[in-house]
Design a protein around this ligand. Structure first.
Ligand code: HEC
Length: 106
């Protein structure tokens, strides 16, 4: 009986957890596909191949952290449109940045 109860509990917490995660809004991946992938498909860079989102390029250009990537979105270099807080609020910008660091980590 105890086991049954804990199994039910485990299930419930998974459901609660995923609902909470969902309520936060679109994931970094979805936001990336929507806003960035047109130029940065698969972490590349269609306009300037020296500036991909892969770790080695980011490091070369001093972009090392979530805040570094968010900073880039707010104040980009030539050829990249800027993304204001109105377009992409900080929380979502950070989701995108975390997705980039996690996904293109080579
Ligand atoms: C219209 C094309 C375009 C779009 C859309 C775009 N970028 Fe860029 N991105 C560029 C170009 C061109 C550069 C190189 C110039 C520069 O450093 O800003 C760049 C550079 C970067 C860099 C620095 C890469 C490096 O190696 O130093 C990051 C980080 C970045 N973009 C993130 C993003 C994110 C996040 C989004 C979506 C919110 C995005 N970009 C959308 C064109 C784009």
């Amino acid at each position: 009986m105890k086991t049954a109860v804990s199994v039910v509990f485990a299930f419930l917490s998974v459901i609660v957890f995923s609902t909470v995660a969902f309520a936060k809004g679109p994931s970094g991946k979805v936001l990336f596909q929507k806003n960035c992938a047109s130029c940065h498909a698969n972490g590349g860079n269609m306009d300037n191949p020296e500036y991909t989102l892969h770790k080695k390029d980011l490091l070369k250009h001093g972009v090392r952290t979530v805040n570094g990537i968010v900073g880039k979105m707010r104040h980009p270099g030539p050829g990249m449109p800027s993304f204001s807080k109105q377009m992409i609020p900080d929380a979502q910008a950070k989701e995108i940045a975390r997705y980039i660091l996690k996904t293109f980590n080579k």
